[in-house]
Each structure stands twice: as structure tokens, then as C-alpha cells.
Design a protein around this ligand. Structure first.
Ligand code: ZN
Length: 224
């Protein structure tokens, strides 16, 4: 698949570097979705933002900077959070979506939406010294195949609670962009990429099978 239009849901530590990598790769249209405003604590790992931007909508600031750096790029801004009832409309017309959220609930409803929208999603997650990236194609496997049912939000370490190695988020976002540009895969299995930055950077790639009857991508869905 040639990705001409990509949507980034979350413009934080993953979305910022992913947007740069997609623009560099020649993607012609980017939609930036984020309801947050720039905070001082974002600056070390979210390189589109400056001190003077604190308080401004992240999606708008990132769009301005991307537009300056890549004058031929079409950038659209959605300065609100994606929700389960808006995600299908948001992703419509794009070739691929990238998850840059920091919320378990958001990651699951984005994964569930792939079966409905038929638009692939590249999941990303980074906490402390470990990052994960995983491409979800229509027909699965999906996040529920990989992790099972959604855990309680409070029980999962997120980057806002547990902290994150900023440079690792940069690598993970760039990896998400690369996965977004891969051709569609209807093989029924997928690869989970795990980056471990404790000590030297190690990368593991694990095969993830589709779980029969999975409520996210299974039951009544067929791979295309
Ligand atoms: Zn599944």
C-alpha cells in the first residue's frame, strides 16, 4: 500500500516523531488529532513544541511547524481527543492510522475500530525503558489478540505516571511510521516489535497469531 494520507491520533512523544518520519517518507497528507495543550513537561520528548507554545493546542502547533518544514504537505488539525463515537468518522479517507495515545481505553477502542473502518492502525506504546509497536490490519490480529481484555486503566503504567526515556519514544514513533508504510497484510498473523533500552538497545520481534473468536477482530469478521 502506498500511504498518501495518514492520521495521527495523539501528538505526544510518539506522534511527534512519527509525523516527521511520515512527512520525510513523502506521505502527502497528515491529519493531527489531539485535544491536549502543550505543557512544559512535554518539551524534552515532543520536539515540535517550544516554551512559547505552552498552553496552545498541540495539534495546531505541530501542524504549523510541519507545514513550515514541508511546504508541500497538506496538514489537517483536529484539536480534540478521539472518542469511540468519533473515531470512524475521523479516520475515514485515510490510508492508515497511528496510535500515539497514552490511554489504555483509547488504544482498545482504536484497535476495535479497525474491523469496522477497514483502515489499518499502528499501535504504539512506550513506558520507561521499553517501547512496543504493532501493526493491526483489518481481519486482525488486534490488540485483544495480543493482550486479552483491556486491563484497568489504573493498573497499567503509562508514560505520564511511570515516565519515559524521551529518545526511546523518538525511535518508537519512527518505527510506527515505517510500519504504517508497509503493505497490507492479510496473513492472519502480525509482528510485535519490542524495543528494550535498558543497557544497550535490544529489539525483539515476536509473532502474534490471531485468536479464534476474538471479539475485537474475530467473530464474523473475515480477513481481506
Ligand atoms: Zn483480535
Amino acid at each position: 500500500m502506498e500511504a498518501n494520507a495518514a492520521i495521527l491520533i495523539g501528538m505526544g512523544g510518539l506522534g511527534c516523531p512519527a509525523a516527521l518520519a511520515l512527512a520525510q517518507a513523502g506521505v502527502r497528507q497528515l491529519t493531527l488529532v489531539d485535544g491536549d495543550r502543550v505543557e512544559l513537561s512535554n518539551l524534552p520528548r515532543q520536539p515540535w513544541y517550544r516554551t512559547a507554545d505552552v498552553g496552545r493546542p498541540k495539534a495546531r502547533v505541530a501542524a504549523e511547524r510541519l507545514q513550515k518544514a514541508f511546504p508541500g504537505l497538506a496538514v489537517r488539525v483536529v484539536a480534540e481527543h478521539a472518542r469511540p463515537d468519533t473515531v470512524a468518522e475521523l479516520v475515514r479517507g485515510h490510508d492508515v492510522a497511528l496510535d500515539g495515545t497514552d490511554s489504555v481505553a483509547a488504544k482498545y477502542f482504536l484497535s476495535d475500530a479497525v474491523a469496522r473502518t477497514r483502515i489499518p492502525l499502528v499501535f504504539g506504546g512506550v513506558v520507561q525503558f521499553e517501547a512496543r509497536a504493532f501493526r493491526i490490519d483489518p481481519g486482525g490480529p488486534c490488540l485483544r489478540c495480543l493482550f486479552g481484555e483491556a486491563p484497568d486503566e489504573d493498573e497499567v503504567p503509562t508514560c505520564s505516571r511511570a515516565g519515559v526515556l524521551g529518545a526511546l519514544a523518538g525511535v518508537a514513533g519512527a518505527l510506527q511510521a515505517r510500519l504504517a508504510l508497509e503493505p497490507d497484510d492479510a496473513s492472519g498473523s502480525a509482528r510485535l516489535h519490542v524495543l528494550d533500552a535498558r543497557g544497550e538497545l535490544r529489539v525483539r520481534t515476536l509473532s502474534v497469531p490471531r485468536v479464534a473468536g476474538c471479539p475485537g477482530c474475530g467473530a464474523g469478521r473475515s480477513a481481506t
